[in-house]
Design a protein around this ligand. Structure first.
Ligand SMILES: *Cc1c(COP(=O)(O)O)cnc(C)c1O
Ligand SMILES: [Zn+2]
Length: 556
């Protein structure tokens, strides 16, 4: 394995050591690793097919000499999951979720911890300090436990208690700092200086940035096996997404991911490069503010106002300057979302895709929704989003009080009398029959299922479905629903004719109708609907609050 460390400031090159924290020539802490890409371009394509799909698959591109299987927890190699329902809902079919929840401690920090701890163990380190907004400390603690390294974890008091206990469970010493994350970092640095204990330096830690780039390698390989390779000039290449989206705090993730895609290009394995979208919580968005002003340095936010503590880095320092350049060159953007938008996205993601992400990751999904709505992300784009777990601390924020229904069984005596009746009576109170009744008419089963899912994610409805115009008329006359959601373009009897038929029958003429359509309507078509329907919705626009507001208002 051959690689050198190069100083970003004076260009001096030197050998790698995980405990060396600055350039020996100019003392800059900002360094970068370079590998022998020409050699790897020849050897790696032959090696990869023989290796398991995990993080160590790319070991020649990682700064660890002898990866120890005794430390590994099965890091990397997380699935890339197509967000089929979200894609339909948003009108962007190729949305893929890089499911980092499936890492050993459920966050993408496992990559960073696996490589950093492996390198530190190799260097003989037995004690270390790290400041964290939560997930880094959890992940470092797990790997430090295996490596026999004692970790002093400095976290802010905002980190949820369940996360702190997980850190402690792995045997780390938790030090709770009442203050901002930036202050916790200062306290940790002072502690490390006084005690002479090695301290992790975040984005300045070479192994950490190197770890993040494995996301780029994996995503490219996975997209290639899902969507096929790219052919150009008689050669084939791995596929790259059009967008990589991640919620950011310090910004280390995209910094490393961007490097990974560059390296793949230098080795001739890919042609493309994704635009980076870095999403911050609005209450702590120094990078977004600087980006909007076209500046490459950020003014620190000293008083973060977000409940999403994972993302509360107020002072990104030089990481922003590096990231600014990368985002700009990639054609990407910085975006911010409110806590409420994040919680809402978290709920949508769970209900639409069965994926429970943590609020910090939901920030990226809320950013995705925004970037699609404002047209930055196009319907034909392939999008990859980094997704991380740990929902427990946040569930109370989105579920409210009525998330469970109780079944209270009758007393034993009553049950002995009429055992079945007692149980049935109890269960009948769990799902009663008085919910608003909605008929969904659409010739595509997927579209019906999607609308059903969106409605169900927002409340309790009794839902009927019809797959063509004739069936719709029969169903509506029989069930007399409170609301009809009607597709216009259906073979046989189309939506226009269904409306005609409903309006000519006294029993059904008063039922409100929301029309959903995939295409822009002509002026003539719009005229045919005028005064006869309550709302016209564009398909792919269903996330829009308008749709649900419309449904609610029509049911009242
Ligand atoms: C660490 C973390 C982030 C922020 O990542 P950076 O790349 O360090 O800014 C976002 N989301 C989750 C879930 C995290 O754990
Ligand atoms: Zn230097």
């Amino acid at each position: 394995m051959s690689f050198v460390v190069k100083c970003m400031d004076c260009g001096h090159t030197f050998a790698f050591s995980p405990t060396t924290v600055q350039c020996p020539n100019c003392e800059s802490p900002w360094r970068n690793v370079e590998y022998d890409y020409d050699v790897l371009a020849q050897t790696l394509p032959q090696e990869l097919p023989k290796r398991p799909f995990d993080l160590w698959r790319y070991r020649e591109l990682l700064p660890v000499r002898n990866p120890s299987p005794n430390i590994s927890l099965g890091e990397g190699g997380t699935p890339l999951i197509q967000a089929y329902n979200l894609g339909m809902m948003l009108g962007v079919p190729n949305i893929f979720i890089k499911d980092e929840r499936q890492g050993p401690t459920a966050s993408f920090k496992d990559r960073q911890a696996a490589i950093t701890i492996a390198a530190l163990k190799e260097a003989g380190i037995t004690e270390m300090v790290a400041a964290s907004t939560g997930n880094v400390a959890i992940s470092y603690s797990a790997y430090a436990a295996r490596a026999g390294i004692k970790l002093w974890a400095f976290v802010t008091s905002l980190v949820p208690a369940v996360k702190m206990r997980e850190i402690a469970l792995y045997g780390s010493q938790v030090i709770k700092v009442t203050g901002s994350y930036d202050q916790a970092k200062q306290v940790a640095a002072e502690f490390s200086r006084q005690r002479g204990i090695y301290i992790d330096m975040g984005a300045k830690t070479i192994t950490s940035v190197e770890a993040m780039k494995t996301l780029a390698y994996e995503v490219s390989e996975q997209l290639t096996s899902i969507l096929g390779s790219v052919n150009d000039g008689g050669r084939t290449y791995w596929r790259t997404p059009d967008w990589y989206i991640q919620s950011i705090s310090g910004g280390m993730g995209p910094l490393g991911v961007d490097k990974g895609f560059h390296e793949l290009r230098m080795m001739g394995m890919v042609k493309g490069h994704p635009a980076l979208a870095a999403v911050q919580a609005e209450g702590c968005a120094p990078m977004v503010h600087a980006w909007r002003e076209g500046k490459d340095t950020a003014t620190p936010v000293t008083n973060p106002r977000t409940h999403i503590e994972t993302l509360a880095t107020g002072d990104p320092g030089r990481t922003y300057t590096l990231l600014y350049r990368q985002v700009k060159e990639s054609g990407g953007t910085f975006e911010s979302v409110t806590d409420e938008e994040a919680y809402r996205a978290m709920h949508v993601l769970a209900k639409m895709e069965g994926i429970s992400a943590e609020p910090a990751a939901a920030v990226a999904f809320a950013g995705l929704f925004k970037l699609i709505r404002n047209g930055k992300i196009k319907p034909t784009d392939t999008v990859v989003i980094n997704c991380t777990g740990h929902t427990m601390p946040a569930e109370p924020m989105i579920l409210g009080d009525s998330w469970a229904r109780n079944v209270v069984l009758p007393s034993k005596a009553a049950v002995d009398d009429t055992p079945q009746e007692g149980l049935l009576a109890a269960l009948s109170r769990v799902a009663d029959n008085r919910f608003p009744r909605i008929a969904i008419v659409d010739d595509t089963a997927d579209a019906r299922r999607l609308i059903r899912r969106i409605l169900q994610s927002q409340g309790d409805f009794t839902i009927f479905e019809a797959s063509d115009g004739y069936e719709a008329i029969a169903l509506i006359q029989k069930e007399l629903p409170d609301l009809i959601i009607l597709d216009l373009m259906m073979p046989g009897m189309d939506g226009f004719s269904v409306i005609e038929a409903l309006k000519s029958n006294d029993e059904t003429s008063g039922i409100p109708v929301i029309v959903s359509t995939a295409k822009e309507l002509t002026a003539d078509e719009k005229k045919r609907l005028q005064g006869r329907i309550q709302a016209l919705m564009q398909k792919g626009d269903f996330l829009n609050d308008e749709f649900l507001d419309e449904v609610r208002s029509l049911l009242n």
